[in-house]
Design a protein around this ligand. Sequence first.
Ligand code: WTA
Length: 633
Amino acid sequence: MATDKNEILLKVNQVYNPPRHVVAGAYIQPEEYESLYEESIQDPERFWARIAEDELYWFQRWDKVRAGEHPNYQWFVNGKLNITYNCLDRHIKSGRRNQLAYICTNEDGDEVKVTYGELLDKVCRLANGLKALGVKKGDRVAIYMPQIIEQVVAMLACARIGALHSVVFGGFSASALRMRIKEARAKVVITATWTKRRGKKINYKMNVDEAVEDLPFVEKVIVAQREGDDYELVEKEIDFHELLQRHSPCCDAEVMDAEDPLFILYTSGTTGKPKGVLHTIGGYNLFTHYTTKIVFDLHENDIYWCTADPGWITGHSYLVYGPLSVGVTSVLFEGAPDFPNPGVWWSIIDRYRVNVFYSAPTAIRLFMKYGETWPQKYDLSSLRILGSVGEPLNPEAWLWFYEHIGSKNCALVDTWWQTETGGHMVTTIPSYRAKPGKAGKPFFGVVADVVDRAGCSVEPNTVGNLVIKEPWPSGLRTCWNEPERYEKYWNTIAPYYLAGDLATKDEDGYIMILGRADDVLTVSGHRIGTAEVESALVSHPAVAEAAVIGKPHELKGESIKGFLIIKEGQNNSEKLITDIKLHVRRELGSLAVPDELEIVDSLPKTRSGKIMRRVLKAQELGMDIGDISTLED
Ligand code: WTA
C-alpha cells in the first residue's frame, strides 16, 4: 500500500473517464451535466416541478413548489401523495406486480424472493393491523429489527397510514433504544427475535424487553418470530406474522400532505444527546427517487445492492424508499461482510448478477486487507456502477475498488451526504469524469461551496467548511422536540447550511471531503459523537472525568480512544478498564466502545473549563499542538 503523501496527492488529481458502455446507456450524458446543473440552480422551482411531475404520482398537485421563510421551507405546498403509493401501487398498476422488489439472503445462503405485489400485500396487512391496534396518522412507531424483509414491511406500513417510524439500528444497546423510544413517545415498538451474525445468534427481543420496561405509553410490542422460535408472548406483545394473517391485504394509502412528517431518525451531534432528524414526505420522496435513479443510473431491470442497514439513513434512502420508488430489484443481505468467508459478498454479486453495488469505505478497506484473490474467484462482470458512502474514500481504496471489483469497467461514484440532507448532495454522476479521492460535483439543485468562518468562498484547494447555500427538497425540517438544534445548522455560518465537514474545492469545482470539523467521529462509517461516549464513560461509578478522541485507523477510518480520570480510591487495573468498556457497551452499544482507554491525572482544559480534545489528539498522534493560549495550565 502506498503511503507516500506526494503519491497520494498525485492520484487525487487524476481524472478517470467512465467506461464507454456506462456513458452510452446513461440517462444524463456528460455534456448535459453542466447545463442541467445550471438550470437546476437558476430556477430550482421549475426544475423540481418538472422532475416531480415526470417521476412521481400525486393525488393532488401542489400550489407552489417552494415557500416559507429562511430556514423554514416547505416544498410542494398542498401537494398530496403517499410515498408507499409511489413505491408499490404505482409499479403494480403499470403491470409490474411480479417484478422482484427484494431478493433476501443471509450468511447461510437462504433465499427469499419478494415481488412488488407480495410486498404491497404484506405492507397493507400490517398497516391494517397497526390501525386495529389504534395507531393513527402522526403517531410514532419505533422499529428495532435486523436486515430482513419484515423491517422494510414495518417501515412502509407506518408510511402507508401516516404514522412516523423511528428506526433504531440493531447495534444499539437497550438503553440507547429506550432513550429513542422515550423521546419519540412511541406507541408501538416493532422488533424481531434475533439476528445471526458470524454464526452467532444475537438477541433483539431481550433488548426491547429491557427498553420498554415501565414505559406506559408503549401500548404494544409487535414481535416477528423467526424460524425455529416458539416464544410465549406476554401482555402487550403481538406476533408479527399472526397480525399479518389476521388482517386484510387491502389498505388504501392515506392521502398525505407533502409536508407531513415521514420519519424521525436519531443521529449523533456534538452534545451527549443524539438529535432526532425529521424528514417530510414530498421532498424526501422526490429527492431520494431522483438521486437513486440518476446517481446509480438505474434502469428497470437492474439488480441493485446497497449493503447498508435500514437502521441508518443510507438504508432508509437507498435500500428502501429510493430503489422502491424507482422500481428496481434490490438485494437485502443479513450478515457480516466476511462470513463464512471474505468472498461472501462477491458470491452474492455473482449469483444474482448485481449491476449496481453501493457500499462503504470501511468495507472496501477490509476487502483490500483480505486481498484480490477473493473477488477473483467470482464472476463480477455484471457490475456497471460502484458506489461509496459514509466517509472519505481515499484514492488507494478508490483505485482498489475500481480495479479489483469493477475490473476497470465500471463507473465509481463517491457520494457525500448526511442523515440531515436525506439524499446525495455531492457526487460525480456516473457518466462524468471522476477524480479518485474526491466526491466531486454537486448534485442537481445543490449549491455546495467551501467557505471560511465568515462565509466567504476560500481559494481553490484551501481547506474550509462545507456549506449548502440554498435549500433543497429533502433537507431535514426540524429536530424532534428541539427546534433550536435545527436553527444551529443555519445560523452558525448564516445564512448557509453548515454540514460540519471540512473540505476543499479544486479549480474544476471538484469537492474533496476531509472529515468532520466538529467533535463527531466516523467509526466504520457509523456516526458517533465524542460527547455521547464521554457521558457513557462518566456514568460509570469509578470515572470522574472523560475525554474522547478519534484516532486514524486503517480499517475503521477512526477508532475511539478515551482518556479517564478515575475517582479517588479506585485502582487502575485491567479489570476496571474491561468493566468500563462493558459499561459503554451497555449504555450505547458495541459500536461506541473505545478501543483504548488511558487513565490520566488531568485533562487539558481551557480557562472556561472546556476540554481541549485537539490537544489530546495532537499529543496522541505526535503532532504540533497548535495554539494553546487558552489552555488553563
Ligand atoms: C461523512 C451518512 C466523506 C461526513 C450518509 C458526513 C462522508 C457524515 C461521505 C454523515 C463521503 C458521508 N465522503 N465523508 N462520501 N459520506 N460522510 O449522517 O462526515 O450517518 O457529515 O450519513 O458522514 O453521516 P450520516
